[in-house]
Design a protein around this ligand. Structure first.
Ligand code: B4P
Length: 198
């Protein structure tokens, strides 16, 4: 089982690259952003709570997202691997994910950190806001709050996986296809090494 975390600031390309990676490798895509937006569109209680926070550019409480991830892992025992997109976003979420996988005898194989400058992030999100219908992409103040939230609570997650020797930094600015090729190269090299250790 090959389990990937695709990590980065809002607008760094997680969703964009995830779509390409799941198509190529047949992994189960787990996007907490998508799961939360689905709760919002179905007008559930959880969605109502998440909507207020997302529209302010804040993170949704850990217990909510951890609960969602737990269900997905429990319901998908036969998959070749998971691609976690936008999760974990706090240290508590990272520790919970490690524990949930360990209980099933699994682990995170690689943690990809997409590196993109703040000015480029804001530019991309505002651009997406023109067509996505996402209210959190339309307002510069909300985008600023999301990036601040990332710097305050999320960026430390990279250190957690760096300590486990799983962190691989990937340049996230430039051509989408080239970034995808770099990710694929890292995955292919690692899976080959696992199959044929030196
Ligand atoms: P997410 O849905 O995870 O949204 P995101 O971070 O904005 O998107 P992403 O990074 O995937 O976007 P992409 O770059 O692909 O989260 C939304 C909200 O949900 C959060 O703010 C939070 O409130 C909540 N939430 C989600 N997960 C949570 C968790 N675990 N805990 C607590 N709260 C949580 O796309 C951006 C744009 O850039 C696109 O238009 C794309 O076309 C463009 N783009 C991508 N790559 C490009 C490139 N190389 N060059 C130019 N443009 C590019």
């Amino acid at each position: 089982m090959y389990n990937i975390i695709l990590f980065g600031a809002p607008g760094s390309g997680k969703g964009t690259q995830s779509a390409k990676l799941i198509e190529k490798y047949g992994l189960k895509h787990v996007s907490t952003g998508d799961l939360l937006r689905s709760e919002i569109s179905r007008k559930t209680l959880l969605g109502a709570e998440a909507k207020i926070l997302i529209e302010q550019g804040q993170l949704v409480p850990d217990h909510i997202v951890i609960g969602m991830i737990e269900s997905v892992i429990d319901e998908n025992t036969e998959v070749t691997g998971f691609l976690f997109d936008g999760f974990p976003r706090t240290l508590r979420q990272a520790e919970a994910l490690d524990k949930l996988l360990a209980e099933k005898g699994k682990t995170i194989s690689v943690f990809f950190a997409l590196k993109v400058s703040e000015s480029e992030l804001a530019k991309r999100l505002l651009q997406r806001g023109l067509s996505s219908g996402r209210s959190d992409d339309r307002d510069e103040e909300i985008i600023k709050a999301r990036i601040e939230e990332y710097n305050a609570k999320t960026s430390i997650v990279a250190d957690h996986y760096k300590k486990q020797n799983k962190m691989v930094a990937i340049e996230g600015e430039g051509n989408i296809e080239e970034i995808f090729e770099n990710l694929c190269h890292e995955i292919d090299t690692r899976t080959k090494m696992e199959k044929h250790p030196a």
